[in-house]
Design a protein around this ligand. Structure first.
Ligand SMILES: [Fe+2]
Ligand SMILES: [Fe+2]
Length: 168
C-alpha cells in the first residue's frame, strides 16, 4: 500500500525509531563495557536503562495509535554502530578509544534528538496529546545524555591531550 498520509509517515518513522532504539541499546551495552572513566560508565549504564524505558514508551505510542510496529531497520543507527566497529579496527589506545566512544555516543544522541523532535511535531500536528507527552519524555532524555557525553568528552579530551603533551 502506498504511503499516502502524514499519519502513515508518522507510523513509519515511529517504527524506524523503535529499530534505532534497539540498535542503540546494543551499542550502549558495548560502550558501557568499554568505558574506563567511572562517570562515562555510569552515564552509559543509566542511559541503557532510559533506553529500555524509551522503547516501552514507543510501544505505548503504538498501542494508542492501534498500530503494530512494522519490521524495519534504521540504517542510520546501524551506520553509527558500524562506525564504532570501524574505530576498533584502527586499534586505538584505551584513552583514544574512550574519546572516540564519547564522540560516537554524542552523534547517536543528536540523531535521536533530531528523530524525536520531528516525531513530537508530527504528533502535535495530528492532535495526539498523550503521544506528544510520551515522545517528549524520550526527547528530553536524549538531550540530557547528549549534554552529559559532550561535557565528559570535553573534560577527558583536555586530560588526554595534556597527557600526550607531557610525554612528548
Ligand atoms: Fe534513545
Ligand atoms: Fe539516547
Amino acid at each position: 500500500m502506498p504511503m499516502a498520509t502524514p499519519r502513515d509517515l508518522f507510523v513509519h518513522e515511529l517504527a524506524d525509531t523503535m529499530s534505532a532504539e534497539h540498535i542503540t541499546l546494543k551499542l550502549l551495552s558495548e560502550l558501557q563495557k568499554e568505558a574506563r572513566h567511572p562517570e562515562a560508565k555510569q552515564a552509559f549504564r543509566e542511559h541503557e536503562q532510559e533506553t529500555k524505558q524509551q522503547i516501552s514508551n514507543l510501544e505505548q505510542v503504538f498501542e494508542l495509535l492501534g498500530e503494530e510496529p512494522e519490521q524495519t531497520t534504521c540504517h542510520a543507527a546501524e551506520g553509527l554502530q558500524r562506525e564504532h566497529e570501524a574505530l576498533h579496527e584502527e586499534q586505538p589506545t584505551p584513552e583514544v578509544l574512550e574519546m572516540g566512544n564519547l564522540g560516537g555516543a554524542a552523534k547517536t544522541e543528536h540523531y535521536e534528538i533530531a528523530s524525536y523532535t520531528a516525531l513530537v511535531q508530527m504528533a502535535r500536528d495530528l492532535g495526539e496529546r498523550d503521544i506528544v507527552r510520551l515522545l517528549k519524555e524520550n526527547l528530553s532524555q536524549e538531550k540530557a545524555m547528549a549534554k552529559r557525553v559532550e561535557a565528559l568528552a570535553k573534560e577527558l579530551g583536555k586530560q588526554a591531550t595534556a597527557a600526550v603533551g607531557s610525554r612528548q
